[in-house]
Design a protein around this ligand. Sequence first.
Ligand code: LLP
Length: 428
Amino acid sequence: MDHFEYRNGSLFCEQVAVSDIVAEVGTPAYIYSSATLLHHYNAIAEAFAELNPTICYSIKSLANVNILKLLAKAGSSFDVTSGGELARATIAGGDASKIVFAGVGKTDRELVDALDAGIGVFNIESEAEFENLSRLAAQRGAKPHAALRLNPDVYDPKTHTYTATGKKETKFGVDIERAVRFFEEYGSGPNVMLDGIHIHIGSPIYSAWPYVEAIGKTLSMIDRLKEKGFEINTLDIGGGFAADYETGASPLADDYAKAIVPLLKDTALAVIIEPGRQISCNAGILATEVQYVKTGGEKNFVIVDAAMTDLFRPALYGSEHFVYPAAIDATAQPPERRAGFAAPGGTKVDVVGGVCEGSDFLAKDRVLPPIARGDLMVVFSAGAYGFVMSSQYNSRPRSVEVLVDGAEYRIIRRRETYEDTYAAELDV
Ligand code: LLP
């Protein structure tokens, strides 16, 4: 669900025509809908209300401070994975005592910053990390809460191998067989209160069942730990709720909640969830202008001014985003936004960027209506892992970000300049 729709052949974000925004800010442009972000946040909050969970929006999916402020105002806390994200959460006014911090490679500086900020829970991914946190906490006279990130050895076969994190053979968390030993070793430690369990089985997870399996294994583990005298107060079930890319068929917050809430509602555990993309994915589009149309052998190419540097997901995961012109014949509105949708009378094209890499494509083999130089194209469902994964490769300045709210919009990150691409290089 989102607030992007064609009206008389012209794409609108809430009450604003995308072409009007682009006329002011240029292309490529990431454009986000406040109403869509809040809709998805609220849908998750309502679906899981019976558990009274702490919702820690996963900053990594879409990290603009203005977006974080919007979500903090709606009641969200934050899941951070680096010192940089912690800094953003802090600037956005996030309640530090509700921040959770995961990541396999937390540096001393990041741990110290998080200790000083007084964050809620350190999600610990290895024995060595726990020992390091204990050492730093002792030095600073702090006594933080920590959760052990368990690796429940569960996965969703539809999740890309690069983003499946719940299988044993990944760098994430600690094998479930080692959990008891971990608590025996560290559970009564004087410097860190190890009183929680964290899981994050992958991203995206396309049905509730991997969660059911993982939570089942985790609850059994918590029982075993309790029998051994360890007190577990908090269960963080991570993120990974899916969002619509190719179709509208992804599960809704309610579908996950219906399966998950019954498992947890009668436990005394404080529940944390870390959704990212289900809030941010459908809330953003990437608008881009057609530079050239050309053929190569049998192939037709639409070359646009966005590239893999702006949206890396197609090159990295082969992910399929719906791509379509922003202005179309009013009678030819796509009845559905599905990557495989073939525009009647259309031509099969690859939509590619101008970067010097064969992997620089935004969409392949799409049957699109006639496209010409100067047309505005839109990549849908680009809010999550879009701008945040952009780079300056080929010395391309990063895109502008715009936030729409009803009939208003504002630039929330200015377009980078050429100077920005070399500003950190000394002696320029
Ligand atoms: N919590 C933890 C510990 C995570 O590692 C992640 C994502 C999340 C929560 C949020 O997952 P979400 O709800 O957004 O699915 N670049 C990839 C996704 C990488 C996800 C990394 N971790 C992509 O574009 O699909």
